[in-house]
Ligand binder design. Structure first.
Ligand code: UDP
Ligand code: MG
Length: 337
């Protein structure tokens, strides 16, 4: 590689953070395009790859690359922790003054790194978000669900998240440090970043359409959405007071109506269907309410256990374990094992 490696114990200007799970077949093109895109910027940089429990030969191939690429760092997690936690693990191991977070499947085009870099340098922004010009979320139905999620999230949570931006962004070191101080387990990174604040801007970039399948199944996406909603507001918890009151009120009026009707017209046996409907409806409402409380209780449960967010099985390409440049422990809580 022709790229200048960062001088020992000097911070590189940029860290390129690539969370990856089973991306072995993309690595050649990925590194080629990332290094080619960074060369004209003339900055020192490191590439930090998080191997998030890959089951293909991603880690083996990263090991080989690391021998030839002095600026390559690899953090291998002890199992698959999911992208949101993988990103947290990766950020803790970056040392750049700015961190570019991008997908490793080349949906975020490395050629657009410069578009994020320039506003960051000129405007001293905390975060430069990339907004996708043409984005394929993988079908109309998925698109609809994603939109619905952001609408509900905006409505319910204390912070707003721009639905047109994705997980492709440049974060300033001060934002990275703030992010690493948020230790919660159920993570929705975009919400955390919005909550943290800081001056942000958005640039429009081209994105590639999906190459292969997303690794997010519907169930996983639904879980993430649910965690996101219950992590950023208590609306779902409080709304049952109102729904419960409304239902009770309706039941009360309906009861009064039946009472009067029985007194005026005498009693008639029918009413079984309405009885069943009323029972099903109110018990359904109660179950939902219980489920919501359970969801919050689950949050509390997993927080009080205070388990580390993740374990690192292997670090490759760092000068010395926990030495300057690993980034581990900077936030005051090294989750690595
Ligand atoms: N990824 C990860 N851990 C996972 C799943 C995915 O680190 O458990 C990585 C994946 O390798 C890719 C990025 O996260 O670099 C985005 O994943 P994917 O393309 O499946 O998601 P989408 O394109 O739907 O955002
Ligand atoms: Mg993808």
């Amino acid at each position: 590689m022709t790229t200048p490696a960062a001088q020992p114990d000097a911070r590189p200007t940029l860290s390129i953070l690539l969370p990856m799970r089973n991306e072995a077949r993309n690595l050649d093109r990925l590194f080629q395009r990332v290094t080619a895109a960074l060369a004209p910027l003339g900055v020192s940089y490191e590439i930090v790859c998080v191997d998030d429990g890959s089951t293909d030969d991603t880690l083996a191939r990263l090991r080989t690359y690391a021998k030839a690429m002095p600026m390559l760092r690899v953090v291998s997690l002890s199992r698959n922790f999911g992208k949101e936690i993988g990103v947290a693990a990766g950020l803790a191991h970056t040392s750049g003054r700015g961190v570019v977070l991008m997908d490793a499947d080349l949906q975020h085009l490395p050629e657009t790194i410069g578009d994020l870099y320039r506003p960051w340098v000129e405007g001293n922004y905390g975060i430069v978000y990339a907004r996708r010009k043409a984005f394929d979320r993988g079908g109309k139905f998925r698109d609809f669900l994603t939109n619905a999620f952001y609408k509900v999230f905006d409505f319910m949570s204390e912070v707003g998240v721009d639905r047109e931006t994705g997980d492709y962004m440049l974060m300033d070191r001060r934002v990275v440090d703030a992010f690493l101080r948020m230790p919660e387990r159920h993570r929705f990174n975009r919400g955390l970043l919005a909550w943290a604040g800081f001056r942000t801007t958005t640039v429009d970039v081209e994105t590639a359409s999906r190459d292969g399948h997303s690794q997010w199944g519907y169930l996983k996406l639904f879980q993430l959405a649910f965690h996101a909603l219950t992590s950023f507001g208590t609306f779902p918890l409080r709304v049952w007071t109102y729904i419960g009151s409304a239902v009770s009120l309706i039941a009360l009026f309906y009861g009064a109506y039946i009472l009067i009707r029985t007194m005026v017209f005498g009693s008639d046996v029918p009413g079984f269907p309405s009885l069943i409907v009323a029972i099903l409806f109110s018990s359904g409402i109660q179950l939902i309410g219980l489920g919501i409380i359970g969801e919050y209780l689950g949050h509390v449960f997993s927080e009080v256990k205070r388990r580390p967010l993740y374990f690192v099985e292997e670090r490759i390409g760092f000068d010395a374990d926990n030495g300057p440049g690993t980034g581990a422990g900077r936030s005051g809580q090294d989750h690595a094992g």
